[in-house]
Write a protein that binds this ligand. Structure first.
Ligand SMILES: O=C(O)C(=O)C[C@@H](O)[C@H](O)[C@H](O)COP(=O)(O)O
Length: 371
């Protein structure tokens, strides 16, 4: 009992405030027994649960199924291959057909169990089936915990453009159990740190200082450092999304720091060649280099970012970067307006702006300097 009480006390709830689409993010540690209660609290009239689970965490999917069983009339579950290639039109269609065969209806609730790929894919399935059913995000990678499970961006890739098809569709609940970090492979874990570092650069200078203090603790997955980093990242993301849910005012676009370069790297290198967080790390380096060359920030910003990413054991160059292939892909970025590229660029640690009309020669140079 005592340990249960301690675990409960350690539970942190961050809320995403979006009026009638508001929802809680529960950040817990080894809280197997409390999942069903949290679901019941957030979701009324749950009778049919549909679990879409990453193959890599099939055992967790089974455990969640057992926990939900007493609360529902029916559960259907399916496993999806791990990795970025699953965010495809074909996989999306296969899941919709499977939902239909499973007798899903508008009251069914989709549970997305896995990393960013599964969350984005299953979220888009939920947004599309019968014109939208409710869904729950259960992120099992660090990147999904701190970024993709929060904020309602769901979608899939086209062969030449990442996340090009999708919908803004908010979950009912995000359930983050840091227990999943114990078995996450190193490469995947470290790639999630790139999005953590991103929050420091774009929004929270004090957090950046904490990350500089805690980098080695985070790399060795120290529980306290990790819980702090996850909670602070989720708070940052929740507050930005609360201000600009559908990226209309430009505020939400700050979350895209490094992503114009990263998405082009991922699409041209072939989905899955790099993990998303690895591409974001390299993309942030290219963006900060561009900002220095444009005179928007001091070189010391790039130096601090480089140092922190290196200490997080993240890649900061991509020798195979193909500038000529990347530029046309970048023109399909969702921030392009009136045919012109726009970038999120830092002016100081903790502050970025949306910058348009950037000389393509400087963009090429920024890419080339990280090959
Ligand atoms: O939530 C957002 O908004 C973001 O931009 C967060 C990004 O880290 C995330 O990778 C997002 O999916 C990219 O969005 P996109 O609109 O550039 O596809």
């Amino acid at each position: 009992m005592e340990s249960d009480r301690t675990a409960e006390a350690e539970e942190k709830i961050v809320s995403v405030d979006l009026g009638d689409r508001s929802y809680p993010i529960h950040i817990v540690s080894s809280a197997t027994g409390r999942f069903a209660a949290a679901v019941k609290k957030s979701i009324s009239d749950l009778s049919h649960a549909v679990l879409i689970c990453d193959q890599a965490v099939a055992a967790l999917g089974e455990s969640l199924r057992e926990q939900l069983q007493p609360e529902v009339d029916r559960i259907d579950s399916i496993e999806v291959p791990s990795g970025e290639p699953s965010k495809s039109v074909q996989q999306f269609e296969a899941l919709l057909e499977w939902m239909l065969q499973s007798g899903a209806d508008r009251k069914s609730v989709v549970f997305a169990v896995g990393g960013g790929v599964i969350g984005d894919l299953a979220g888009y399935v939920a947004a599309s089936f019968a014109r939208g059913v409710r869904f729950v995000q259960i992120p099992t990678t660090l990147l999904a915990m701190v970024d993709s499970s929060v904020g309602g961006k769901t979608g899939i890739n086209l062969s030449g453009a990442k996340n090009m098809v999708g919908a803004f569709w908010q979950p009912e609940l995000v359930w983050i159990d840091t227990e999943a970090m114990k078995t996450l492979p190193d490469r995947s874990y470290l790639s999630g740190l790139a999005e953590v570092v991103k929050y420091g650069v774009i929004d929270d200078a004090e957090f950046f200082d904490c990350l500089e203090r805690d980098a080695e603790a985070l790399v060795r997955r120290d529980e306290d450092a990790l819980r702090f980093a996850i909670a602070r990242s989720c708070q940052s993301k929740a507050s930005v999304v609360g201000e600009d849910e559908r990226e209309t005012s430009g505020r939400r676009a700050i979350l895209n720091y490094g992503h114009t370069f990263a998405h082009a790297i991922e699409a041209t290198a072939g989905y899955g060649a790099l993990l998303h967080g690895e591409a974001v790390s390299i993309g942030m380096q290219m963006a900060a280099t561009l900002a220095v060359r444009l005179g928007l920030c001091q070189p010391s910003l790039l130096e601090r970012q480089t140092d922190l990413l290196k200490r997080c054991q993240l890649p900061i160059t991509f020798p195979a970067a193909d500038v000529d292939a990347m530029l046309p892909v970048m023109m399909r970025d969702k921030k392009v307006a009136h045919g012109k590229l726009r970038f999120i660029l830092p002016s100081e640690i903790g502050r970025v702006d949306l910058v348009g009309d950037v000389d393509p020669v400087l963009v090429r140079e920024a890419i080339q300097s990280h090959r």
